[in-house]
Design a protein around this ligand. Sequence first.
Ligand SMILES: Nc1ncnc2c1ncn2[C@@H]1O[C@H](COP(=O)(O)OP(=O)(O)O)[C@@H](O)[C@H]1O
Ligand SMILES: [Mg+2]
Length: 439
Amino acid sequence: MNGLVLRTMAMLLAAALGAIATGLLLADHWGWALFCTTLIALLAYHLRHLALLNRWVSGASTDPIPESSGVWDEVFAGLYRRHRLEVRQRRRFARLLARSQQAGRALPYGVTILGPDMQIVWCNDSAEAHFSISRESDIGQPITNLVRQPEFAGYIKSANYAEPLEIATARPDELILSIQMVPYVDSHHLLLSRDVTQAYKLGIMRRDFVANVSHELRTPLTVLIGFLETVRDLKLDASRSRDYLNLMAEQGHRMQSIIEDLLTLSTLESALQPPGDERIDMAALLAQVRNEAESLSAGRHSLSVEVEPGVDLTGNTGEITSAFSNLANNAVRYTPPGGSIRIQWRAAGDGAEYCVTDSGIGIAAEHLPRLTERFYRVDRSRSRETGGTGLGLAIAKHALARHQATLAIESEAGKGSCFTVRFPRSRVLAVQPRSVALN
Ligand SMILES: Nc1ncnc2c1ncn2[C@@H]1O[C@H](COP(=O)(O)OP(=O)(O)O)[C@@H](O)[C@H]1O
Ligand SMILES: [Mg+2]
């Protein structure tokens, strides 16, 4: 038996004993009167506390426990303890819920909770961005009303969610999403979405690259095989045979150049280390660039080279030579005989710049943004005739980017081009002081 019942029974017993004693000492009716008064007082006391309890139970959950006295103290203290525990637990759950919602919102993946009818129950920030939906205004809407791609509707309807689905979103930036449905509690589903645009584009680039390489190598190989069969099948005199062999060697060299350029490009792309900080003797480097350009021009162009003395770079000599030579050689190759080519190296701003200006065939504006792509050529046959692989500018761009340099191209079809490479201050070495003779 609990304390409240025991104490109430004890009070009743005390009242009964008091009444009996009063009856014996005074008179019976005094005894009965005392007993009734005590019972009424006891009833009033319990009723008052019941009323307090009732008011508290039906009030707001934050109301404080009412003041009590006597045996009800114990009851109210027990209730108070339980109430405090509940409030504390509720707060803890609210904090936990808020934290897990925050975690869900911050996930780099899109998470959308869908109800039994595929209506949106909740979604995180990434899902809002992926599907252009709103956590505020689109709750309750079927997801298929908002994401209208037929393949998405088909995937949702299929109920076969073993494999993820890739879809292009209707957003102007053409996001590619990988989405997957995961069954969740009570016929709900989690719709997970992941932005795979980069990987998708990389896949396309890789496929294009393999197709381009195959195509570039197939052409000289086909020609080479044609010549080989001709030499094998026809009885040619010695001088004709030599002509064919020369043509074959030319095709062989072409394939060799492509493969060498591809290897250079892949070495540059996979190089994790920065290009180092050896001092590059720019006067010597530009003399080498000049020699190459002059031998390529064979006196058909007027060529000028201006080098500001004492402006040296730090980095990789081989990489910078290959980039600078490519720009100079391009100027020679894409300038008709009689044209002029000007090569300049100088300090500029707080860095340095290399400019190659030619009066050649120039480049139409629409080609300029794509010029540094691998195998991109404005005029494929002209590039090939002059021994180009279409990889020179891609190699130059990579080598220069590794030295934090930028490449700017200004050109107009028929009027000539100007290629400018700008190096930041961090790559330029201060002018070495010349020794001054004192007398
Ligand atoms: N100085 C220039 N004048 C005109 N066109 C140029 C010049 N430099 C480059 N180009 C164009 O850019 C293309 C890409 O150059 P590059 O990557 O060096 O390959 P290529 O091996 O064909 O020279 C060339 O095919 C050519 O169409
Ligand atoms: Mg080139």
